[in-house]
Design a protein around this ligand. Sequence first.
Ligand SMILES: [Zn+2]
Ligand SMILES: [Zn+2]
Length: 306
Amino acid sequence: MTFQVTILGSGSALPQPGRHFSSQLLTAGHECFLIDCGEGTQYRLLEQKFRPSRLRAIFISHLHGDHYFGLFGLLNTLSLGKRTEELYLFGPKGLGDILTEVFRHSSTRLSYPLHYHDLDADNPGPIWSTPTLTIHTLTLRHRVPCTGFVFREKSRARRIIKEKITLDMTYEHMRLLKEGQDVYDKEGKLLYTYEEYTLAPPKPRSYAYCSDTAYLPDLVPYLQDVDLLYHEATFLDDLTERANKTFHSTAAQAARIAEQSNIGKLLIGHLSSRYLDSDASLLEARSVFPNTFMAAEGVTFEIAAQ
Ligand SMILES: [Zn+2]
Ligand SMILES: [Zn+2]
């Protein structure tokens, strides 16, 4: 099953050529999710040749404009495209009111059901479950209520070893084996053991998204062993004071969170517009956590099955 993240935008508050506002597309099998929706996100989706009708849900981390000003346009375009499939939207308190007002003043009636859910940034926990994933929120530390998201694959059934299937094996036998149960006949005689006839399922994969936040070691227990972590890295370490004051992180701080959480791979982004290229940020993060990459526009990061 595909499990991947495509970076649509990774800029910070000020527009810059080549760096778009925050947005990411998460694909898990047939399910597609948008995480944040900065201005222009729908153009980035077009560039990716992504059919927006495939979107199942949108998650908005907080109400700073660089993370959601693209939402109005995208929701409107989906309606102009005569979408009928329901769409789920999770966002901070206030977003529902904002959308209601925008649609009221523009006499917009969406062509599809939009299920909106308020997120309580102070009460993190599970918010949703789909056929492939469970989604938990994290409390981030920013100037306005801000939520992180952890997407975890559900554990799957054991896999039958095809070469070992016999003509006597029924569908029910296979179901039990896949569940990790041994199979007995009516007299109680052991027919098949799950250990001999199946392989363990692949390890469930996980992705965590920590948008704008001050350095927050409290996150570490919630991020343990995540395969791929996106963490903002607005400043370099010489501007730690400024990072603290504006509730952002430095590249080294992002890397420290990754290292302490024992994650697989770190993506950094949301660089301040003062940094014209990302080399220094990457170097700084890699000095603490070597397996760090830039969340560069248009790049897809796949999380391989193990
Ligand atoms: Zn931001
Ligand atoms: Zn922000």
